[in-house]
Design a protein. Structure first.
Length: 254
């Protein structure tokens, strides 16, 4: 799905995004949907799903995260900065209510937004976000080591399917980002209680990157959380698209 790319400048980075449904005379839902991709990708991973949302009368906003796609590379890639960019974008274009959908790293970004601005987020969909340690006392399982088989498989298939996104990706962030995935992040766990939006968490099967024990901790930490499992790896919206759509479209509603 093609639409005009717009860039906005913040203090330390330029963020590119596409806004479908902002014009054209259709009747749109009052609540736009913001779709946030994972590490190494770009917003085009959502094109198929975005097309369906627009057909159903939704306004869809698709940013490229810092260091990805058509957004600028920067010196810092902290998880909270990815989230702050999404929140700043919502503020810049004047959104007072949104539905947020995020894959993997995008899950960190949108969950951070929902923690910082609970009243902004109407619905939250998190797909295959690797869950951090709660403390330094926990054991890191085999699938959390660097690199894991699921991570290698996902990176390889992403390169084959979306070479443009992979080539645009700032690979200098890789070590820092993966280290953040694996270190204790108690502040994130503490912030879950601030999320008020109904949340749908989508997890893959054995080829995914979600620890089932930590997922149960997340489910019980959120006020309203539904978990759905799929028989695929890390990218459900790519590899099981019909099943993904069947779960997410009804959850987002109108």
């Amino acid at each position: 799905m093609e639409s005009t790319v717009t860039r906005v400048e913040f203090d330390d980075v330029s963020i590119a995004y596409r806004d479908s449904g902002a014009t054209g005379g259709h009747l749109y839902s009052d609540t736009p949907v913001v779709l946030v991709h994972g590490m190494g990708g770009d917003g085009h991973t959502w094109d198929r799903f975005a097309t369906q949302l627009v057909r159903r009368g939704r306004r869809v906003i698709i940013p490229d995260l810092r260091g990805h796609g058509r957004s600028a590379h920067t010196a810092s890639y902290r998880f909270e900065e990815f989230g702050a960019d999404i929140l700043a974008l919502c503020d810049r274009i004047g959104l007072d209510a949104v539905d947020l959908v995020g894959h993997s790293l995008g899950g960190y970004a949108i969950s951070w937004v929902a923690m910082q601005r609970p009243e902004l987020v109407r619905r939250l969909v998190i797909e295959e976000q690797p869950l951090p340690l709660r403390s330094g006392d926990e054991q890191v399982s085999f699938t959390r080591r660097l690199p894991s088989i699921p991570e290698l498989w996902h990176a390889t298939t992403s390169l084959l399917r979306h070479p443009r996104a992979v080539l645009a990706f700032d690979r200098s962030m890789t070590g820092d980002a993966l280290e953040q995935f694996r270190k204790p992040y108690p502040e994130w766990w503490d912030g879950l209680s601030d999320i008020t939006a109904p949340t749908l968490f989508l997890r893959g099967g054995p080829g995914g990157m979600v620890d089932p024990d930590k997922l149960e901790q997340l489910r019980t930490s959120l006020a309203d959380c539904t978990v759905r499992a799929f028989d695929c790896g890390h990218s459900i919206h790519r590899d099981r698209y019909p099943a993904f759509e069947a779960q997410v479209l009804p959850f987002l509603g109108h």
